[in-house]
Write a protein that binds this ligand. Sequence first.
Ligand code: SF4
Length: 90
Amino acid sequence: LSLADKLSLNKFEVNEGEPHIRIDQQVCRTCREKSCLTACPAGLYSEQNDQITVEWAGCLECGTCRIICGKKAISWEYPQGGFGIIYRQG
Ligand code: SF4
């Protein structure tokens, strides 16, 4: 199986009302690097109309964005118990 095939086997239990990633847009506007846009292995970050958004429901829970944001604009917690990604291939 390719990496993409393995990732497609994962299951996500989404806690709809409770995003586990939050972004401080005011701080983001002061950031030039916007490393989150390229660092997320799942490509969940995007920018439109000067706003950074993250499709948190597809998060792989790697924690990369939390560490790479030099402005500390990303609040990140593991999803509540029972929610989040369920890996099928380790
Ligand atoms: Fe992407 Fe990893 Fe951050 Fe989830 S934790 S949004 S997969 S970089």
